[in-house]
Design a protein around this ligand. Structure first.
Ligand SMILES: [Zn+2]
Length: 119
């Protein structure tokens, strides 16, 4: 990478366009999509080796998916486990697997070795 790469900046969504309590994963996915969407342009600028004005990439509403309000603070299986509790929408809240515990079999004859004082 050239030492004098032009600067680029991504504006992100205006604060007043976001829900008060936003899902962190929705926001991260939107940012990833924004960066990926402009990657060919800013990689070209980065690699041309010339200084230039700061390139501003404005946020394009609706282009990067919906940023939903968070319903709860919880765990997401889309984040590292040490991220801890973060604000999440329903879609990005991790689910858990449940398992069925078999019923305890009916009591029958107890083996002698398991009876107190016997065996
Ligand atoms: Zn979400």
């Amino acid at each position: 990478m050239p030492a004098s790469a032009p600067s680029t900046t991504f504006t992100g969504p205006p604060e007043d366009s976001l829900p008060d309590y936003v899902c962190l994963v929705c926001l991260m996915l939107a940012k990833a999509a924004e960066l990926a969407g402009h990657a060919p342009e800013w990689h070209k600028l980065r690699d041309d080796g010339r200084d230039g004005p700061v390139q501003v990439y404005p946020w394009r509403p609706g282009k990067y998916g919906e940023i939903r309000p968070a319903l709860v603070e919880g765990l997401s299986n889309m984040l590292p486990t040490d991220a801890g509790l973060v604000p999440l929408c329903w879609d990005h809240l991790a689910s858990i697997e449940t398992q069925t515990v078999p019923r305890v079999p009916p009591a029958g004859r107890i083996p002698p070795g398991l009876l107190k004082g016997r065996g």
